[in-house]
Design a binder for this molecule. Structure first.
Ligand SMILES: Nc1ncnc2c1ncn2[C@@H]1O[C@H](COP(=O)(O)OP(=O)(O)O)[C@@H](O)[C@H]1O
Ligand SMILES: [Mg+2]
Length: 338
């Protein structure tokens, strides 16, 4: 069904779109595949993701946003434009077009921001407004952001973890760090190469993380068979990898992530910090779903930690809720608008 007004979460790993009155209408990997010579789009989203690392010379499949910043601005705009056109209708675009609330990773700079909102106008948008990611995520996680009480929200994405302390609808402290889902995958690749002389691909590492990974050792040891390249013989090899190995592999990036959280708590004014110790930390983002991550954070910081419902969708839901309840949340939009 074509949407009119939409909330868009342009993440480093995925694009999630909320259609006013309809809920989540699109959830796709932030990947685009193009033909290098003609610069035409071959695929976006899941279809393009399956091409990663498998394309012939004239085709590129890539994630245009990496490590929380824009790696290729042109492709970012093309990808977003394609997704938005997919969910909005041509007829409605002709009648003034959708209003869009957009949330971007913190690493996107002003110039890129302008190009990206420009791409939305090209896709037919009537008006685009930006919403700070932690605010959107907090609204989407149903936190009471208007209260004069501190809440801490930690959004673990693909390329970036964004940490914020919010009070009365504003970010009081805001930080981001690169220890997020992609870093977890890379740590798994490094660990398996070092320990087993086996080279595995990024998608395999991600499967290991999602299926058997965990932030703390689990009581039930799981395993998964993976195929990689034996670095000594150069030939493919199948191996059984155990969950405790993944936990060990993730220790280093997880310690750094927790250190970043610690840093934010240290910068937080005392009254707000005490609210956080009373109310706990809310975890969102796809990477927040790593098994036992809330427990690991709670144990290290000595504060309760909860995983939000549908953690991967909170940013898009927050932008969407703002469209649904304009009187309540419209005031929290960023002041950069066009
Ligand atoms: N069940 C899971 N366990 C651990 N990590 C997960 C799980 N599901 C998704 N992820 C990870 O979440 C990250 C993507 O989160 P997402 O919120 O989509 O990122 P972004 O907001 O940066 O686009 C990826 O690194 C992915 O591997
Ligand atoms: Mg996300």
């Amino acid at each position: 069904m074509p949407q009119l007004d939409i909330g868009v979460d342009l993440g480093t790993a995925s694009v999630v779109i909320y259609g006013k009155g309809n809920g989540i209408v699109l959830d796709q990997p932030a990947v685009i595949a193009i033909d290098r010579s003609s610069r035409s789009i071959l695929a976006v989203g899941e279809e393009a993701r399956r091409m990663l690392g498998r394309t012939p010379g004239n085709i590129v499949a890539m994630r245009p946003l990496q490590n929380g910043t824009v790696a290729d601005l042109n492709l970012t705009c093309l990808m977003l434009n394609t997704f938005v056109k997919k969910v909005t209708s041509r007829r409605l675009r002709l009648f003034g077009g959708p209003r869009i609330i957009l949330s971007l990773p913190e690493g996107v700079n002003e110039v890129e921001r302008r190009s990206i909102t420009g791409a939305l106008f090209e896709a037919g948008a009537r008006r685009t407004q930006l919403m700070e990611r932690p605010i959107a995520s907090a609204i989407g996680a149903n936190l009471k952001i208007k209260d004069a009480t501190g809440s801490m929200i930690v959004d673990v994405g693909g390329g970036l973890t964004e940490i914020a302390v919010i009070s009365m609808g504003r970010c009081i402290v805001r930080e981001s760090c690169p220890f997020a889902g992609d870093q977890f995958d890379e740590a798994i690749i490094r660990y398996i190469r070092r320990k087993h002389n086996l080279l595995i691909g990024e998608l395999t590492a991600e499967d290991l993380k999602i299926n058997i990974g965990s932030a703390l050792e689990r009581t039930d040891q799981l395993y998964m068979e993976v195929t990689g390249r034996n670095l000594i013989s150069g030939l493919p090899k199948v191996m059984r990898i155990y969950s405790d190995e993944i936990t060990e592999a993730l220790q280093d990036p997880l310690d750094k992530l927790i250190e970043a959280l610690h840093g934010v708590l240290e910068q937080t004014p005392a009254e707000l910090a005490s609210d956080i110790f009373d109310r706990g930390v809310t975890l969102t983002g796809g990477g927040g779903q790593l098994a036992l991550l809330p427990e690991a954070i709670a144990r290290s910081l000595d504060v309760e930690c909860y995983l939000a419902e549908n953690p991967h969708e909170t940013v898009a839901r927050g932008c969407g809720q703002t469209l649904e309840h304009w009187n309540e949340f419209g005031q929290f939009l960023g002041n950069r608008r066009r």
